[in-house]
Design a protein around this ligand. Structure first.
Ligand code: COA
Length: 266
């Protein structure tokens, strides 16, 4: 984080807890809705976290207990024309791609409303856990627009085309329990337990080999875009690559010597 100062952020907060970074979108007056400035801040922050070898996993959540992120900022969307509409979508998509491609796991802690661009941010994360009180949806068609930060592409890949089309074409929200039933979230927690649960899951990932976790994420993320034969080749290439690392030697030696592995981070 050499030339990046998180204290300069206006709408996003960073908290560090050991090797975990907790990123909070913090625009309470607009239920954490994403305007250009907030998207830019998240993009810079995720870029800095990617480069920070001291960070092993990231948790993304919303400040306060009402909203994760209530969507793209409708006040901004209302003014857009064809060209700025496309630019807006590309900026939001670039952020979601950065999160999806981050070299470390990202968990969405969905603590409240996750609508539109908010749900699309969560869809780019590797895992999603929701508070029992959360509501999620892609309500864009009820505003006369379509999802533009990846929702039409990632939701069907996660939940299947039928379920995605139901959510996208009706614009109806789902409860946390329904979201879990359709595979949209990995689990549901009591509101007061959500962050601790996400931290516990993140710490388990951070306790594993950091290169192994990064390459396993890459294998899944890139592999789901490929035909099976190419995905298997990618997996074999990455398996070969990890076999050249000191991390692999340490993992194997620790098992054989019946001790905990000592990973090098950075
Ligand atoms: N963009 C801009 N402002 C938003 C917003 C968004 N996506 N979501 C909420 N806000 C603002 C409201 O306009 C309101 O601002 P105001 O106090 O200046 O009028 C403030 O946040 C609080 O929202 P409010 O609607 O009063 O809260 P609520 O508890 O009654 O309802 C929601 C909460 C989430 C159901 C409701 O705000 C909503 O439907 N938001 C839009 C969700 C959406 O369609 N997102 C997709 C956008 S593409």
């Amino acid at each position: 984080m050499a030339d990046f100062d998180p204290r300069a952020l206006q709408n996003v907060r960073l908290e560090r807890d050991g090797a975990l970074a907790i990123v909070r979108v913090d625009r309470p007056s607009k239920l954490n809705a994403l305007d250009d400035a907030t998207i830019g801040e998240l993009d810079c922050l995720f870029s800095a976290l990617d480069a920070d070898a001291g960070i092993g996993a990231v948790i993304l959540t919303g400040a306060g207990d009402k909203a994760f992120v209530a969507g793209a900022d409708i006040g901004v969307l209302a003014k857009q024309g064809v060209l700025d509409g496309k630019d807006n979508a590309r900026r939001g998509q670039a952020l979601t791609l950065r999160i999806e491609q981050l070299g470390k796991p990202v968990i969405a802690a969905i603590n409240g409303y996750a609508f539109g661009g908010g749900l699309e941010l969560a869809l780019a994360c590797d895992l999603r856990f929701a508070s029992k009180a959360a509501k999620m949806g892609l309500p864009e068609v009820s505003l006369g627009i379509i999802p533009g930060y990846g929702g039409t592409q990632r939701l069907p890949r996660l939940c299947g085309a039928g379920r995605a089309l139901q959510l996208i074409l009706t614009g109806d929200p789902v409860t946390a329990d329904e979201a879990e039933r359709i595979g949209l979230v990995n689990g549901v927690c009591e509101p007061g337990e959500l962050l601790d649960h996400c931290k516990a899951v993140a710490r388990r990932m951070v306790s594993r080999g950091p290169i192994a976790v990064a390459l396993a994420k890459q294998a899944v993320r890139r592999g789901t875009q490929l035909p099976l034969a190419e995905g298997l080749l990618l997996e074999a290439d990455l398996f070969g690559l990890i076999s050249s690392t000191a991390e692999m030697k340490e993992g194997m030696a620790a098992f054989l010597e019946k001790r905990k592995p000592s990973w090098l981070r950075g």
